[in-house]
Design a protein around this ligand. Structure first.
Ligand SMILES: Cc1cc2nc3c(=O)[nH]c(=O)nc-3n(C[C@H](O)[C@H](O)[C@H](O)COP(=O)(O)OP(=O)(O)OC[C@H]3O[C@@H](n4cnc5c(N)ncnc54)[C@H](O)[C@@H]3O)c2cc1C
Length: 429
């Protein structure tokens, strides 16, 4: 068990009393002393210039330096790896760090696990699990969906039986993003089959290195392995790893799902702008290179305007959350809008490549490398366009989020459910 207390000696000496000018100067000095020189030198050239000198593996190896400073989660309490600063101070910091593109690792820990622990975990659980998650020493994934329970998540069938101080979990999960490179998973399992489907679920933190767990990789249409099937066969989970009361997992999961929707909508606080591709600006910067016609420019500018509206709406949601409010149905509006908008942006970027989108030169060269070579050879725009197809599915489909909006915002009649209130074991699946 990783009980390492965060190393506060490396923490930046900032407090809620620190003035903005001091904040800027301390953060700038930290960047100078800690961000490797070639990365700093590349920063004026933007994200692509940084990526060119900063391979992913190098960034992951360096990342504990950022985490140890507390800057990765500046508004969080010191004990969980943060700096206990105000949201306003955190924005000043984000502004100073933005040019260096220091993205937060472990997004499923930050956005999906942490909200559940903040809202429903015990102090012991927060102290045990948050610091190593912030440092990316323990990577997290989410095991909610099952073959028969995606949109209708509450009908899930993985079972968990109590045995003394432990729970024994058996069943199958699917679409578990990054399970093959995670140490822990948040996991929903059924602890009471004789209760209505939303009542008999419990929320667990599962150590993926436990005996009885098999992770099987799934390859998606972009040619890469990003998610998995996970099989659990009598896996023992300590009761300390249960979040919230037994049978109350649906309510706990609500915190996770709201955090996930915000992340996918781009309104989270962890710096995730979109899942798949870059914004319209990047494409516009390539106008000359791509020989963009006036009619295409018009289309891109419309998308740009829509993207700005999306960004401002996200700002509002972030401000509400930082002021202590909840994102509420706005998270669903953002999710629905961002999903289709990002698909339109990535498709527009791909269209501009013309024939080069399908007949890219590297494909012959890498053919011998098999499917991985094919995935490596995909032009950035095409890979992003393919990835963006999932934006209207992941984190709840667009159709289901529209149902949420219809019922909870517009007050339309609920979708009929002839088995409403029936026990899970009496409900056909
Ligand atoms: C890239 C990606 C990553 C993912 N990562 C994770 C992860 O890390 N962890 C995890 O637990 N899950 C993950 N998922 C799973 C995701 O949450 C589910 O795919 C999603 O909830 C939809 O469930 P389903 O695939 O079972 O589709 P289904 O629920 O079978 O839906 C099929 C179709 O029916 C429609 N539909 C279903 N019910 C209704 C309704 N009531 N009204 C109108 N239309 C309806 C849907 O909109 C969809 O078009 C991921 C999915 C993707 C694509």
């Amino acid at each position: 068990m990783d009980t390492a207390v965060p190393d506060s000696t490396k923490r930046l000496g900032l407090t809620s009393e620190t003035s903005d000018a001091e904040l800027v100067s301390l953060v700038d000095s930290w960047v100078e002393a800690n961000v490797p020189e070639p990365w700093r030198a590349a920063a004026p050239g933007g994200r692509s210039a940084i990526r060119a000198v900063r391979p992913r593996a190098d960034y992951e190896a360096w990342y504990p330096t950022l985490a140890a400073s507390g800057l990765a989660v500046a508004t969080w309490p010191l004990a969980y790896g943060g700096l206990d600063l105000s949201p306003r101070q955190a924005r000043v910091i984000e502004g100073r760090l933005a040019p260096y593109n220091l993205g937060r690792l472990n997004p499923l820990g930050l956005h999906n696990m942490a909200p559940a622990l903040f809202a429903h975990g015990t102090e012991e659980q927060r102290l045990r699990f948050l610091p190593p998650m912030v440092a990316n020493r323990e990577r997290w994934c989410q095991m909610f969906s099952e073959p028969g329970a995606g949109s209708d998540l509450a009908s899930l069938a993985m079972k968990a039986d109590r045995d003394g101080d432990e729970w024994v979990l058996t069943g199958q999960k699917v679409w578990s993003t990054w399970a093959h490179r995670s140490e822990f998973a948040i996991c929903l399992a059924r602890t009471d089959t004789a209760a209505p489907k939303r009542k008999g679920i419990t929320y667990f933190l599962v150590d993926l290195r436990s005996p009885g767990i098999e992770v099987r990789e799934l390859r998606h249409m972009g040619g890469r392995v990003d998610f998995d099937e996970v099989w659990l066969d009598e896996v023992r989970v300590p009761d300390f790893h249960r979040v919230g009361a037994a049978g109350d997992g649906w309510r706990v999961a609500g915190s996770t799902l709201a955090g996930e929707r915000q992340m996918v909508a781009g309104s989270g606080s962890g710096g995730v702008d979109r899942i798949g591709g870059s914004g319209v600006m990047r494409t516009m910067e390539r106008f000359d290179e791509l020989e963009v016609r006036a009619s295409e420019q018009d289309h891109l500018l419309r998308l740009y305007a829509e993207e700005r509206i999306r960004a401002w709406t996200n700002e509002r949601v972030r401000a509400t959350v930082k002021a202590g409010g909840t994102p509420g149905p706005a998270a669903s509006i953002g999710k629905v809008h961002q999903g289709s908008l990002n698909q339109a942006i990535q498709l527009a970027a791909t269209n501009l490549l013309g024939a080069a989108a399908t007949a890219f030169p590297e494909v012959g060269v890498v053919a011998e490398a098999g499917i991985d070579g094919w995935a490596d050879a995909l032009p950035y725009e095409v890979a992003s366009m393919i990835r963006s197809r999932a934006n209207t599915i992941e984190g709840g489909t667009t159709e289901v989020n529209k149902n949420v909006l219809g019922e909870r915002v517009l007050g339309l009649p609920r979708e009929p459910d002839p088995f409403h209130g029936a026990n899970w074991e009496d409900t056909p699946r």
